[in-house]
Design a protein around this ligand. Sequence first.
Ligand SMILES: Cc1cc2nc3c(=O)[nH]c(=O)nc-3n(C[C@H](O)[C@H](O)[C@H](O)COP(=O)(O)OP(=O)(O)OC[C@H]3O[C@@H](n4cnc5c(N)ncnc54)[C@H](O)[C@@H]3O)c2cc1C
Length: 407
Amino acid sequence: MGTDLGSFDITIIGAGCIGSACARHLSQLCEKKICLIGPDEPDHPRSQDTERSVYGAHYDAGRITRILDPDLVWAKLAQRSIPRYVEVEEKSNMQFYTPSGYLGVVEEGTSYIDKVKECAKLLQVEFELLDHQQLKSKFPYFSFPPSCVGIYQPSQGGYINIRQHVIAQMTIAQKQGCTLIKEIVDRVDRDDRGQFKIVTEKGNYLYSGKVILATGAFTPFKKLLPDPQKQLDIELMKETVVKLQVKDKDLQDMKSMPAVIYFTGKDARYDCYILPPIRYDDGKFYIKIGHGLTGSDKLDDHQQVIEWYRNVESDNLVEVLVKTINRLMPTFEYGSVVTDHCVSTHTPSNHVMIGEVNEGVTVLTGGCSHAAKSADEIGHLGALTALSNDWSYDIPKSEFSVYFKQN
Ligand SMILES: Cc1cc2nc3c(=O)[nH]c(=O)nc-3n(C[C@H](O)[C@H](O)[C@H](O)COP(=O)(O)OP(=O)(O)OC[C@H]3O[C@@H](n4cnc5c(N)ncnc54)[C@H](O)[C@@H]3O)c2cc1C
């Protein structure tokens, strides 16, 4: 027999980037009884797990934050989220934002730059265009091909410690009256009173008038979605991360390094991202590199996703990423090399899905490798959607459509 954990008006399942932000906004916007349910990050290496059934994409100290983007929707969501970091930091008494600036590197003459410039001008975002010489002299530790130029956002960009961001959002939500339950949900049922009965893996249960699913890559699994015939059209992609230790003697030289995304070729294909030196839990500083989606594999089922999260040992992309660092940062003499795995969740529109899938159940998922920096505004939108059926937001609802797989 499980324990009755209480009754709530709205329950958010998934205490990750978006769920925690949604909990903060909901508990600020209304007087309703709000619950956020989801487990903490494991306190031991994931490779030692044998039982755990869900993980998060927020287990890291560095996520790039920037407004510059060729996609106006993502640029707007970031522009609304980034200024609120200060408020969240102050209210939670935690620090997670480092405004180190953002640099996009791309081949000269591509339409990518024109699109980014167009969005930046529309949103009045300050940016600098750097020719190859300026790129070299401003950031001497990088060596990009001579055909490359830079588009640099000196302010309102850099990186966030996404773990801390999640904890900060939860801290404020709790102060505002939100109940936090650290359990994994096994299934969501509807009882004959029309209430949702949310049952955890431990057999405990709670009741809720409405449910928001902010469960990231794990949304299709377990019995969270109300109708097993209606599966969300999302793709789950493997992501490999390599962290290269920065020696103490080099830290000063790299102090002003921005967060970087490198786009290659005339089609400006997302090649890799590089984060400046960040101190990780072992006390050491690392530069982190990760890849775009070309060459990355899909994950098809729950077991594959779990295994990918647990098996953080080497894979074929590690060597590619190390070679990329050797090429783009030829003078960087790194120490130890650490690898990690993560999963990104992609939608047909390349935007987050926000909307009701059944009466009373809202999905808030599909970060498309973009959502950490903008989780605050996405959480806000999720809160507005759960509170009212009227869409009175200045970005059309169709940009956040929920797609289902065709049978
Ligand atoms: C390697 C990598 C690099 C990235 N870099 C960037 C970047 O630089 N900038 C950027 O903006 N974005 C970046 N992203 C994307 C960003 O991390 C994701 O878009 C974001 O984490 C998505 O947030 P989410 O809340 O949807 O999912 P998550 O952060 O994964 O949170 C989902 C939460 O739901 C919980 N959960 C799942 N199932 C259940 C259940 N059954 N019961 C209870 N809880 C459950 C999980 O434990 C987790 O805490 C990156 C992603 C990856 C993988």
